[in-house]
Every structure is written in C-alpha cells, then in structure tokens.
Write a protein that binds this ligand. Structure first.
Ligand SMILES: Nc1nc2c(c(=O)[nH]1)N[C@H]1C(S)=C(S)[C@@H](COP(=O)(O)O)O[C@H]1N2
Ligand SMILES: [Mo]
Length: 185
C-alpha cells in the first residue's frame, strides 16, 4: 500500500514547526473547555482530562511543506469521546479547535469523528514534549498537519467551518494530503 501522499517525502526525524513560541504549561490553571453549539458545555482541569478514557493510535503525519513522518504512536482521548460527553446540537456540523497562543483550525465533525482522531498527551510511550504540543495536541492523521493543533485548550462547535490560522493565510480548509489540497483556490 502506498504510504506517502503525492509529493511527500519521508523523514526519519520529527521536525518541530509552529508559529510563535512554545506556551508555558501551568498544571494548576490549565483547563480544557468545550462550548458553542453543544448541549453539555464542559470545563476540565488537567487531571480531570487525564482521567478520561484513553486510546492509543498509530498513524502518519504529513506536513504541507512536504515532509511525512510515519508510524507515530499517539495516546490520548478520542475526539468522539468528547462528542459523547458534550452532545453537540444537530446544527453543529463543524468544530473550531483553539490553542494557547491564538492558533486555531476548523474541521467538519465527519473528519473529527474518524477513529484515529484524538487529543494526545503521549507520543511513542512518553509524555508529549512541549515542543510537539504538550501537554495536549489534536492529531488528525488524514489531514495535513496544520490541522493537528498543538497546545489545545478549547473546542467550539459551530454551524460553519471557520477559517483557522493558516487557512486564513491561504492554506486549504479541506487539507486532504491524498488529494494534495495544499492551498485554497
Ligand atoms: N498551536 C499550533 N499548532 C500547530 C502549528 C502552529 O503553528 N501552532 N503548526 C502546525 C503545522 S503547520 C505542523 S506541520 C505541525 C507540526 O507539528 P510538530 O512541530 O509536532 O512536528 O503542527 C501544527 N500545529
Ligand atoms: Mo505544517
């Protein structure tokens, strides 16, 4: 089976790539909130988040700039688990993910409910390093990695797919590496 999407090359290392600087993590004040078009809004402390049912998933990671990292083992809480806990309204077809430092990205629920989409706090059997998004990042293996927001703090369910940080700057909002959707038209 072809593992590399078109015009991607495999890398053995794991580059660190983001806009701005790595945010401080303060375990006492950190929270994870879910709001917007949702029946049961949620606010969790870090310890409460860690107590949610955890899942491990091994997947690939494709940066829009052309590198792909294969077989990363992520561990955390499935997006579908958050959906179960909060019960989005039927009008909520999308969600915007908000991160510390102002980074955002938006996705259809259909993509977020794939069984390999999770909020990860461990990578390759170790706590997720701050540079790679620790304490918590979204992982969406089937999309270019700018959809995999690092330092996630908030989920907002929406009726439309909002443009995120890179999407506002010209990257594709659908971001399917297999269709090579790198830029918006
Ligand atoms: N908060 C935040 N998340 C982000 C980004 C960012 O700038 N800020 N960059 C994205 C991009 S373009 C990529 S390729 C991946 C890189 O993740 P890595 O540094 O763990 O390799 O993070 C994504 N998530
Ligand atoms: Mo990227």
């Amino acid at each position: 089976m072809q593992r590399l999407p078109p015009n991607q090359r495999q890398t053995a290392d794991f580059p660190v790539l983001h806009f701005g600087k790595v945010p401080e993590f303060d375990r006492k004040s950190w929270d994870f909130t879910v709001g917007g078009a949702v029946e049961n809004p949620l606010k969790l402390t870090y310890d409460e988040f860690l107590a949610l049912r955890s899942t491990a998933s091994t997947g690939d990671f494709h940066c829009v700039k052309g590198w792909s990292r294969l077989d990363l083992k992520w561990e955390g809480v499935l997006f579908s688990e958050i959906v179960k806990l909060t019960n989005p309204e039927s009008s909520a077809g999308f969600a915007t993910i908000e991160a510390d430092g102002g980074y955002t990205t938006g996705l259809p629920l259909a993509d977020l409910l794939e069984p390999d989409v999770l909020f990860a706090y461990r990578l390759d059997d170790r706590p997720l390093e701050p540079s790679h998004g620790g304490p918590l990042r979204l992982v969406v293996p089937r999309k270019y990695a700018y959809k995999s927001a690092k330092w996630v703090r908030k989920v907002v369910f929406t009726g439309e797919q909002e443009l995120g940080f890179w999407e506002e700057r010209g990257y594709s909002n659908s971001a399917d590496p297999w269709k090579e959707e790198r830029y918006s038209r």
